[in-house]
Design a protein around this ligand. Structure first.
Ligand SMILES: NC(=O)c1ccc[n+]([C@@H]2O[C@H](COP(=O)([O-])OP(=O)(O)OC[C@H]3O[C@@H](n4cnc5c(N)ncnc54)[C@H](OP(=O)(O)O)[C@@H]3O)[C@@H](O)[C@H]2O)c1
Length: 201
């Protein structure tokens, strides 16, 4: 059994990830009430405080990443910043800061999303930051010390979120959260590193 910090655990993707972490001690984290610990992944001090408060852990699974949606000509600098600070730099900082705390042979699993591979209108910031994180894990895996691994899970839309996103994603086939949970399980329990685990129908 590993101790796994699951960030964004109460969200749709967090619940999907949880289905793959059944054999572990899962410590939940998010911004609001209802988590074991609070963290704001856009705040480096908050990330460090989370790791200090948890103590020893083997894995970090992140399913949080706020994205703003607009066409390029309408996307404001503030909307770009929100997305970059959360989905990109927030996740990079989880790894950078987490390296000071995670156990030997631990792992980081980050969230991206299919829209960097199958673009749709207005999702340019989500797609761009997902692509950045997929590239980050493929590259940084080569420099992680102490047997520490890193992967990203890049899923298509979840069945559980189809009601919200279905209309903007014509021609996409949603997948069950439990299938995406398997990718999180493969990342945490396997030996792979530097991989983008695409889950598509
Ligand atoms: N849903 C899908 O079908 C799908 C498919 C592919 C990829 N994704 C990606 O998965 C990620 C999560 O999507 P979702 O649908 O699960 O969203 P969601 O249901 O809104 O859940 C988001 C979760 O992230 C947490 N969170 C948000 N900002 C945070 C921050 N700054 N610090 C710490 N925690 C934060 C929220 O915590 P609070 O409860 O405290 O607000 C919540 O638990 C997104 O990046 C999305 O692009 C989603």
């Amino acid at each position: 059994m590993k101790t796994v910090i699951l960030i964004g655990a109460n969200g749709t993707m967090g619940k999907a990830a949880l289905t793959g972490l059944g054999k572990h001690k899962v410590i939940t984290a998010g911004r609001s009430k209802g988590y074991d610990f609070n963290v704001d992944l856009t705040d480096e001090n908050s990330i460090a405080e989370l790791y200090k408060a948890v103590g020893e852990f083997d894995a970090v699974v992140n399913t949080a990443g706020m994205c703003k949606y607009a066409n390029l000509k309408d996307m404001t600098t503030e909307q770009w910043s929100t997305t970059v600070n959360s989905k990109m730099m927030g996740q990079i900082n989880l790894v950078k800061i987490g390296l000071d705390y995670i156990k030997d042979n631990g792992s980081f699993t980050l969230i991206t999303g299919i829209l960097n591979k199958k673009p749709i209108p207005t999702a340019i910031a989500d797609a761009t930051t997902s692509g950045a994180i997929d590239t980050f894990v493929q590259c940084v895996a080569h420099e992680l010390p102490r047997g520490i691994r890193i992967n990203s899970v890049n899923p298509t839309v979840l069945e559980e979120a189809w009601e919200v996103y279905g209309e903007m994603m014509p021609g996409f086939q949603p997948v069950p959260g439990a299938l995406v949970g398997k990718a999180f399980e493969r990342s945490v329990d396997g030996f792979i590193t530097g991989q983008v685990l695409v889950v598509d129908a």
